[in-house]
Design a protein around this ligand. Sequence first.
Ligand code: FEO
Length: 400
Amino acid sequence: MLKPIPIKDDLFYIGVNDRTKHLFENLWPLPKGVSYNSYLLSDGKTALFDTVDICYSDIFFHKLEIALSGRPLDYVIINHMEPDHSGSLGLLRNRYPNVKIVGNKRTADMVQGFYGITDGVMVIDDGDELSLGKHNLVFNLTPMVHWPETMMTYDTIDKIIFSGDAFGTFGTLDGGITDTQLHPERYYDEMIRYYSNVVGKFGSPVQKALEKLSALDIKMICSTHGPVWTIDEQIKKVISIYDKLSRYEGDEGVVIAYGSMYGNTEQMAETVAYELAQQGIKEIILHNVSKRSHSYIIRDIFKYKGLIVGSPTYNNKLFPEVEYLLSKIEGRDMKHRYFGYFGSFTWAGAAVKRLAQFALDTKFEVIGEPVEMRQAMRHDTYDACISLGKAMAERLKQDR
Ligand code: FEO
């Protein structure tokens, strides 16, 4: 059976890898899997940081038992209640009836609601401290990153932040646990996808949390997903990724997301992309919304400042997959994008009207003239798509 992995003399990784699930939250593809991280700090008192998805409780409890080496489990600190982390909590209480469950008042409410546990719960508030012996823990409440009870726990002695989902990534830990044992580059795009898909709506609470963290000297980040960050340069990088994403700041580049039933609307997308490239824009990503999972389109929309959406008219509405994408963009309160749009129809146009409304609702800066095509591309439509691409490129270049 698997064993706990020591990170420091008294800190053990007892998380698990999930290479089975196809969809995280039953929504987001997991081609590289995901890890559910849990840690045991073995001091004068023992403290566990979060548990794991219940599907992996057997392996988890085995590792925990070895890491405890016959000692009692004194505390389980709940930084986040979503069941990918709290799923094994009920079983944990059955196995360790004397363990104190530590969380804030919102955590306590969810512990009761999800698991029916009301006793042995220690309710802490922002800034409260808990001494384990040598180590001293300080609780930082960081609500809405991305649930209301989310918090981060700071070990003032080893300067470790147990950050919950924050700074987490998709992708399993294939042997290595810390950034010294693996290639961090492998995880950055999956960190952006994790953030934009799961946390993306909550830019303002994330900014507040980062402000709180800026007062701390952080030597290690122990998140609930992905690598443990220990290298100073990597710690700075992951914090800066979160900072940039939560301010909805994009790089120079354009995502062109389009629907197309028979390839006519796709030709509009290709033409706009061609002109962007002619104008010197290098990062141009075309996504066919019917083929590419929205998870990746959302990731790229968070990465780049320019967004162009194109759609055929379908049943006097937007093409359904494009409408679904718009709902995901709106659901994340996406801000600060340069927005262009185009649409097509065969006998009555509706797509461009709907995209115009979307631009108003999101308050995106509309770039160029929207292009509307009837049936198939002719010279005037081609020229209008070229103009749209040129206008977007010029707007982006103003920010250089
Ligand atoms: Fe990893 Fe919000 O759960």
